[in-house]
Design a protein around this ligand. Structure first.
Ligand code: ATP
Ligand code: MG
Length: 652
C-alpha cells in the first residue's frame, strides 16, 4: 500500500462548537476529574463503579487478563442482576417509584413501579422454573415492545438462564437460526403487537421457526392483540402459567462471569454474530455509562430511549442500565408515525421526558418530515439528548439540538457496538464542548485509539482504524460457541488490540470522529475516502434528507463515488432534474474538495436499512457494481432493493 492509502482522508471541516450549559456543568454527575482519576488507576476506577451494585460476594480480583483475549472481570464476585435491577430498589424504599411508563401504540398505557416489577419478575421466574428451565439454559425471547419483554429478560437473569432476544420483526428463518445456535429450551412470544396502527402477528412466525427446532420444549405465549392464533402442543399461555405463580422468589447469586445473554449483531456488514455478555462487568459499565453520559439524576429525571429492546441499545439502555440505576423510563411499543408524525413528541410532552436517546436514522426522518411537526409540542422538559447507531451527520446533530433541544440541550453522540456492551466513546454533557459529528473522547476507564495499517497510533489530524487497547468490563466474552471466530474477527487484525471494524480520525485537538465501516471505505485515485464524510456533505445541502455513498469499480480512479440521495420534502422537478444533480456534485466538491465529488448521484425514494435502521451500503455497492445483491436477511423492508433497482437504469 502506498503512503496515501494508509489513512482515511480527512476532508470535512466543522467549526461549530457547543459548550455545556452553565447550569448543567455545575451540577453534572461527572466532572473532568474523572478522566484523570481513571487514567491514574484504571482498575481502581472500575472497581469503584462496581460498587454501584449490590454484590452477594465481593470479588478477589478486578480483572484476569492472563488468557487474552478471554477476559474475566470481578473474578470470584457474585451478584444477581435482577436483584440489582429490581429488588434492591424496593428494599431501599423505592417500591412505589415508577420503573416504566409504558405506552402502547393504540394509546393504552401501563405503569409499572419497582414493586410491581418485583412481583411480575418473580412470577415469571417461578413459571420458567415450572417449565423446567434451569440455570445455564437458554431462553429465546421474541416479543413486541410490551412490559413482558423486560420482565422475561429479568426473570431469566433471576434464575441464571441466558436469554437471547430476537427482534420481533425478524423472519421465521432468522428466528430459527438464532434458536438453533443457542439451543434454546423455551421461546417466549406473543400473539402479536401493534405496528402502524394495526395488530402485527408474531405467533405464526414462531410456529414456523420451531417446527424444526428440536431444542424447544415450550412456547410461552403472551396475549397482547387478542387475535386468533393456531395452537400447538408445545404452547402454554402466559395468563395460565405465569399469572397463577407466587409473586415471591428469592434470587440466587450468580458468578460475575455467568452468561447473562446472547445477542446477534445487526448484520450491517454480513452474517450476524452471536455476542455473549456476562453479568458483573456488563451491569457495572451499563449502569455507570447511563448515569455518566446521560447525566441521570434518578430522583427527578424521566428517561426515554426509543430503541427496540431487540437491539443492544435496548438491552443496555432500556433494561439493564436504567433499572440498575433505579431510573424512571418511558417505553413505547410502536412506530413514530402512528397515529401521526408527532407521536414521539407527544410522548415526550406527556411524560415530561428529560433525557432522550435515539438514532440518527430517526433524526433524519424527522428532518425530512419537517420542522413544523416538533414545533407543535412542548419539549421544554428535555435537558440531554443522545444519539447512537451510526455516525451522526453534523447537519442532523444541529437540527436535533435546535428543533428538539431548543438550542439549549447538549447532544451526546455515543459510539459503541453490540460487542462493547455499553457506551465507549462519547462527550460528557457537563464537561465536553460538543462538536457536531464527533463522538469526541473515550469515556473514563476506556482506552481507545486510531491506528494506521501497522497498528501505529496516528498523530492528531490523521485517520485510520478505531481500536480498543485495554479490556473493558462490559466487553463481549466470545462469539457464542465459536471462540475461533471471536479471535479472528476482533483480535487478529492488530496485535493485542480489539479491532472495532470502524474507521475514525483524530482532529487537531485529538478528538475522535467516526468515519463509517472499514468495509465501506472508498479508495479513489489512491485516497481512502470515508462514506460518512461524503454523506454528511450531501446531507448538509438543504434539499437532501438522507444520503448513502458507496465506492464502485472505475477503470480510471480505481473506485468512483456513487451516491444515493433521498430529497427533502415533496419530490418534484427541482429535486430530480440534471441541474439538481449537478448542484449536488458541486456542493460536495465545495465542502470536501474535488476528489470527493460523486461520479454519479441517484435520486431514490428509500434506502436499504437493517431492522435497526442502519444503512446497508454493501447492498448498494452490489447495485452500483451490477451484481446480484447479497444476504438481505436483516433488511427491514425486502422490497426496497427492487424499488431502488427499478429507479436506476444507468446503474445496471
Ligand atoms: P454487524 O456487525 O453484524 O455488521 P452492526 O455492526 O450494524 O452489525 P451493531 O453492533 O448494532 O451491529 O452496530 C455497531 C456499529 O454501529 C458500530 O461498529 C458502528 O459502525 C456503528 N455505530 C454505532 N454508534 C455509532 C456512533 N455514535 N457513531 C458512529 N458509528 C456508530
Ligand atoms: Mg458490527
Amino acid at each position: 500500500m502506498s503512503e496515501s492509502q494508509k489513512t482515511l482522508s480527512n476532508l470535512l471541516r466543522e467549526t461549530r462548537r457547543f459548550p455545556p450549559p452553565a447550569e448543567l456543568a455545575e451540577s453534572a454527575n461527572v466532572t473532568a476529574a474523572a478522566y484523570e482519576e481513571a487514567a491514574n488507576d484504571r482498575l481502581g476506577f472500575w472497581e469503584r463503579q462496581a460498587d454501584r451494585l449490590a454484590w452477594s460476594k465481593r470479588w478477589d480480583q478486578v480483572l484476569d487478563w492472563t488468557n487474552p483475549p478471554f477476559a474475566r472481570w470481578f473474578v470470584g464476585g457474585e451478584l444477581n442482576v435482577a436483584y440489582n435491577c429490581v429488588d434492591r430498589h424496593v428494599e431501599a424504599g423505592l417500591g412505589a417509584k415508577v420503573a416504566y411508563h409504558w405506552e402502547g401504540e393504540p394509546g393504552d398505557t401501563r405503569t409499572l413501579t419497582y414493586a410491581d416489577l418485583r412481583r411480575e419478575v418473580s412470577k415469571a421466574a417461578n413459571a420458567l422454573l415450572e417449565l423446567g428451565v434451569r440455570k445455564g439454559d437458554r431462553v429465546a425471547i421474541y416479543l413486541p415492545m410490551i412490559p413482558e419483554l423486560p420482565i422475561s429478560m429479568l426473570a431469566c437473569a433471576r434464575i441464571g438462564a441466558t436469554h437471547s432476544v430476537v427482534f420481533g420483526g425478524f423472519s421465521a428463518d432468522a428466528l430459527r437460526t438464532r434458536i438453533d445456535d443457542a439451543q434454546a429450551r423455551v421461546v417466549i412470544t406473543a400473539d402479536g403487537g401493534y405496528r402502524r396502527g394495526k395488530p402485527s402477528a408474531l405467533k405464526p412466525t414462531v410456529d414456523e421457526a420451531v417446527a424444526d427446532a428440536p431444542s424447544v420444549e415450550h412456547v410461552l405465549v403472551v396475549r397482547r392483540t387478542g387475535e386468533d392464533v393456531a395452537e400447538t402442543e408445545r404452547d402454554v399461555w402466559w395468563e395460565d402459567v405465569v399469572e397463577r405463580q407466587s409473586d415471591q422468589h428469592t434470587p440466587e447469586p450468580m458468578d460475575a462471569e455467568h452468561p447473562l445473554f446472547i445477542l446477534y449483531t445487526s448484520g450491517t456488514t454480513g452474517k450476524p454474530k452471536g455476542i455473549l455478555h456476562t453479568s458483573g462487568g456488563y451491569l457495572t459499565q451499563t449502569a455507570y455509562t447511563h448515569w455518566a453520559v446521560l447525566d441521570l439524576k434518578p430522583e427527578k429525571d424521566v428517561y426515554w430511549c426509543s430503541a427496540d429492546i431487540g437491539w443492544v441499545t435496548g438491552h443496555s439502555y432500556i433494561v439493564y442500565g436504567p433499572l440498575a440505576n433505579g431510573a424512571t423510563s418511558v417505553m413505547y411499543e410502536g412506530t413514530p408515525d402512528t397515529p401521526h408524525r408527532g407521536r414521539w413528541w407527544d410522548v415526550i410532552a406527556k411524560y415530561k421526558v428529560t433525557l432522550f436517546y435515539t438514532a440518527p436514522t430517526a433524526i433524519r426522518t424527522f428532518m425530512k418530515w419537517g420542522d413544523d411537526i416538533p414545533a407543535g409540542y412542548d419539549l421544554s422538559s428535555l435537558r440531554v439528548l443522545g444519539s447512537v447507531g451510526e455516525p451522526i451527520n453534523p447537519e442532523a446533530y444541529v437540527w436535533y439540538r435546535e428543533h428538539i433541544g431548543a438550542n439549549r440541550t447538549p447532544v451526546v453522540d455515543t459510539w459503541w457496538q453490540t460487542e462493547t456492551g455499553a457506551i465507549m466513546i462519547s462527550p460528557l454533557p457537563g464537561v465536553t464542548e460538543g462538536k457536531p459529528g464527533a463522538a469526541m473522547r473515550p469515556l473514563p476507564g476506556i482506552v481507545a485509539d486510531v491506528v494506521d495499517d501497522r497498528g501505529e497510533s496516528v498523530p492528531n489530524g490523521g485517520g485510520g482504524f478505531l481500536v480498543l487497547k485495554e479490556p473493558w468490563p462490559s466487553m463481549l466474552r466470545t462469539i457464542w460457541g465459536d471462540d475461533e471466530r471471536y479471535i479472528k474477527t476482533y483480535w487478529s487484525r492488530f496485535d493485542g488490540m480489539y479491532f472495532a471494524g470502524d474507521g475514525a480520525k483524530k482532529d487537531e485537538d485529538g478528538d475522535l470522529w467516526l468515519l463509517g465501516r472499514v468495509d465501506d471505505v472508498m479508495l479513489v485515485s489512491g485516497h481512502n475516502i470515508s462514506t460518512t464524510e461524503v454523506e454528511s456533505a450531501l446531507v448538509s445541502h438543504p434539499k437532501v434528507a438522507e444520503a448513502a455513498v458507496v465506492g464502485s469499480t472505475d477503470p480510471v480512479t480505481g473506485q468512483a463515488i456513487v451516491a444515493f440521495v433521498i430529497p427533502r420534502g415533496a419530490a418534484g422537478e427541482e429535486v430530480e432534474g440534471e441541474a439538481f444533480l449537478k448542484e449536488l456534485r458541486e456542493h460536495v466538491s465545495r465542502k470536501l474538495g474535488p476528489i470527493a465529488k460523486p461520479r454519479q448521484i441517484m435520486i431514490v425514494p428509500e434506502l436499504p436499512k437493517t431492522r435497526s435502521g442502519k444503512i446497508m451500503r454493501r447492498l448498494l455497492r452490489d447495485v452500483a457494481e451490477n451484481r446480484s445483491v447479497g444476504d438481505v436477511s436483516t433488511l427491514a423492508d425486502s422490497t426496497v432493493m427492487d424499488l431502488i433497482s427499478s429507479k436506476l437504469p444507468e446503474a445496471k
